[in-house]
Write a protein that binds this ligand. Sequence first.
Ligand SMILES: CC(C)(COP(=O)(O)OP(=O)(O)OC[C@H]1O[C@@H](n2cnc3c(N)ncnc32)[C@H](O)[C@@H]1OP(=O)(O)O)[C@@H](O)C(=O)NCCC(=O)NCCS
Length: 155
Amino acid sequence: MAPEDATPVAALIRAAFAAQSVVTDPLPSALRVTEADVTAHLHMGGGVVAEFAGMLVGSALWVAQHGGLYLGRLAVAPSWRRRGLGRALVAAAEAAARNAGLPMVRLSTRLALLDNRRLFAACGFVETTREAHPGHAAPTFVNMEKRLSWAPGPG
Ligand SMILES: CC(C)(COP(=O)(O)OP(=O)(O)OC[C@H]1O[C@@H](n2cnc3c(N)ncnc32)[C@H](O)[C@@H]1OP(=O)(O)O)[C@@H](O)C(=O)NCCC(=O)NCCS
């Protein structure tokens, strides 16, 4: 992802998160993502875009955090889903983690989004902890992580 991608990537993220399989409570903060947010994220970390014939169809952002790579704002344009782009973007994040010498990739997803949880599990992520958004008594999202195959196990 290059700095000049920030405007179309922000629009793609908003469109992708507006078309999740379930309407979540609270609504995703990704619906309000701006070009400035994406630019700031790129300064802190990096990202990848998927393009077809010059058209932006997918993107992901990441940042090194707590000894791993945190993958966020994974987005595929609604009409381009279920073709493996999501998995390919996750694989790009794993490659970025390896290049940075980081042993794991982490992400979070809403508990209500069973399709996302299944996709990430199929990619090799395991659930670690569950948390609640402010004002919610019950957990609303789950944290997941994938230890990369080259990395040593815990202990
Ligand atoms: C989550 C998201 C990025 C997934 O993108 P995607 O491109 O559809 O992901 P993939 O195509 O790699 O995988 C999705 C499903 O399609 C299936 N699939 C992949 N290639 C396929 C193909 N050629 N034919 C049919 N199905 C296929 C996968 O097996 C997977 O199915 P499963 O979950 O039942 O196993 C996308 O739905 C999205 O942008 N959602 C809104 C934003 C969001 O929720 N982001 C994640 C926040 S944590």
